[in-house]
Design a binder for this molecule. Sequence first.
Ligand code: AMP
Length: 468
Amino acid sequence: MTKFTDLNLNPKVLKAIAEAGYESPTPIQAGAIPPALEGRDVLGIAQTGTGKTASFTLPMITLLARGRARARMPRSLVLCPTRELAAQVAENFDTYTKHMKLTKALLIGGVSFKEQESIIDKGVDVLIATPGRLLDHFERGKLILSDVKVMVVDEADRMLDMGFIPDIERIFGLTPFTRQTLFFSATMAPEIERITNTFLSAPERIEVARQATASETIEQGVVMFKPSRRDREGSEKRTVLRALIDREGEKCTNAIIFCNRKTDVDICAKSLKKYGYDAAAIHGDLDQSQRTRTLDGFREGSLRLLVASDVAARGLDVPSVSHVINFDVPGHPEDYVHRIGRTGRAGREGTAITLCGPRDQKALDAVEQLIQKEIPRLESPVKSKAVEVKEAPKDEIKEPRENKSAGKPRRADKPDRSERSDRTDNKPTENKQRSRGRDRNDRGHKVVGMGDHLPSFIALSFAERRAS
Ligand code: AMP
């Protein structure tokens, strides 16, 4: 088995790794570090949880140990799809450079430009950024990328999902042709393959086993859910969610609850809070300080339930999560593996429970096909009669009308401008959808007459009307 000491890393880096408690390199580290140290391009096909962050940070630090950065000219660049991931990579750098004098800057949205500019002005060895924010700085003339010697693209498949590929291509074009590129992706979609063929030069390709076989220590289950009426789906599903949390009881020390849509992330978190649960939301429309506060609370254990979108939770390293609850089956089956991988980490036991509504069946089939096993069906924690709430509880949360004209519901991690580019325009499209909802019909046409403000008695069946 390879040892860290076999890898030619800087002794100060080795010291920091030992202090972090790492005993031996993970497969992606053993595979990527040697070619990276030789100055070669690396194409790493690996997911979060495999130790991929250290597989590029450790050689970068070793390579950057010599030399100094000039003002506004970073010597290396790490591009990450989300603010959280960028912040996590920055934390990794701090851990591994603790015995060295390397400087870094983190360029993410939600932090003032001035603060970031003053750090760049002093000269940084490592620049960690989301693509949109990096280009914003570049366009302001505050950043020169012609001295970048190493460029890392982390989670390229997620960049693709988020529409960042044009930005990435542009950034590639702004850095010198002679730079070294370390490129990481969990999957190799054709578009990703094209980028690597264009911008990487004879890369060493290292592929580590996909985590499609979710950890054996995770107990998985699905609760099939059928609303009594379509317009009650949301509130009834939340009733099931609460009953599920109650049924898990003390076993559920903390949980991440994933929703596919940002609106549901908000609604679920608010609803849980109203019912007395210790819950908070995290998604791309919340400001950075709020996101950081929520995450810190969850990590420290002062927050029990974190309601999240896929993007916001991407790459989160929370060591001990007892439960993952999928409020919706994710639209992309790989996201299921990512989501449930938040629990059962490092050999600990974990539970992952998924709620599957009638419209989720196809997505569930895709998940089961990917993980190549049937997820056990669990008994619903709510007797069907009990879910058939006659009236929504008084303190239930109002849901914004769904904009059916947009076709499929928007994925929570389908980034809008605020998350997509991390730029200053922070108006979520959801607001636009909400304001359209009232006076537009399903096809987005102007509604005349009563429109969708249907008196409730009309919605009742004849028999119901007679009874009332
Ligand atoms: P990553 O895949 O980079 O998100 O890393 C997942 C987790 O593994 C992080 O908590 C790292 O601190 C940890 N880690 C990375 N490399 C090692 C290693 N060689 N030994 C033990 N833990 C590691």
